[in-house]
Design a protein around this ligand. Structure first.
Ligand SMILES: [Zn+2]
Length: 287
């Protein structure tokens, strides 16, 4: 059980196992020297990456300014495929919260089949959230009813521990400063995908990283985060720790479930792999 726990502790905190929220998400920790695969190509062909110059009506996604209205869900009579609710902890700026929700939701929609039916994603949010008793999940259920995932936003390293005691199963927490984190974390919580920055070959791994393509190398520094994280598979098996970049996607980037390379939605390489999209499209059918 320990390995499974370790894997998800960082992304999804189960129950009241810890007094204090984990001080940082997994996504801030992995530091892999990223090769700049096709920087020149980006500069030539893409308009808003790395310099984001989209106006306030557009998001920079995959290097292009995309109208916000084409990605953000509107309230709809249609049956939602998933319902996600957003709350905050320790934030004092509601505008920052609202903008982060929109930005991260738009990135998630753009990377999944929801891009063809954004209104089938139900999004609700509440800034004035303080959960003094029970888990975040329980408090959110009292406010929003049933949902598929609750996402807690906070500023990096900042927690108001009076308003959060523990998370509850399936709760995602992400820092506002991170870009594209929501998409990665919902890859876990909604679609059951595993991380691709460790080499965990297993028939139970829905999206295993390919050793060669994923650029996997053995981790020898026993003090490194990767050594600890990648040496325990989600099946609690102890394995040789290998860290990887992740498989390639069709946008010439690395999987969103891979290392932080290409995980910024503005990056032209931001995307799931075709194999991951196949898994996702079984759960997200627009029609
Ligand atoms: Zn992850």
């Amino acid at each position: 059980m320990k390995g499974f726990f370790l894997l998800f502790l960082l992304a999804l905190s189960f129950g009241c196992v810890q007094e204090q929220p984990y001080q940082g998400s997994e996504e801030q920790t992995p530091q892999i020297n990223s090769p700049t695969f096709f920087e020149e190509e980006i500069q030539e062909n893409k308009s808003c990456y790395p310099e984001n110059h989209c106006d306030s009506e557009h998001f920079c996604i995959n290097g292009e300014c995309i109208p916000k209205t084409s990605l953000l869900p509107e309230p709809s009579d249609e049956e939602p495929i998933f319902k996600i609710v957003f709350v905050q902890n320790g934030m004092d700026n509601e505008t920052e919260f609202n903008e982060a929700v929109d930005r991260e939701v738009a990135a998630f929609v753009s990377a999944t089949p929801f891009k063809d039916c954004p209104d089938r994603l139900e999004v609700q949010k509440m800034f004035d959230f303080c959960c003094k008793n029970g888990t975040v999940k329980e408090c959110a259920e009292n406010i929003f009813g049933d949902f598929d995932s609750v996402v807690l936003l906070h500023n990096a390293g900042v927690y108001d521990t009076d308003c959060i005691k523990c998370y509850g199963e399936g709760t995602v927490h992400i820092s506002v400063e991170g870009r594209g984190l929501l998409t990665h974390e919902l890859g876990h919580s909604l679609f059951g995908l595993w991380d691709q920055y460790c080499y965990w070959p297993s028939e139970n791994n829905p999206n295993p990283v390919d050793f060669e393509e994923g650029n996997c190398t053995e981790v020898t520094d026993k003090n490194s985060w990767h050594y600890r994280y990648c040496s325990l598979s989600p099946e609690s098996e102890e394995v040789t720790p290998y860290k990887c970049l992740g498989n390639m996607n069709s946008k010439k980037g690395r999987s969103i479930m891979g290392s932080s390379v290409n995980r910024n939605p503005a990056d032209p390489g931001f995307g799931f792999t075709d194999e991951e999209l196949e898994i996702i499209s079984k759960k997200v059918k627009c029609s």
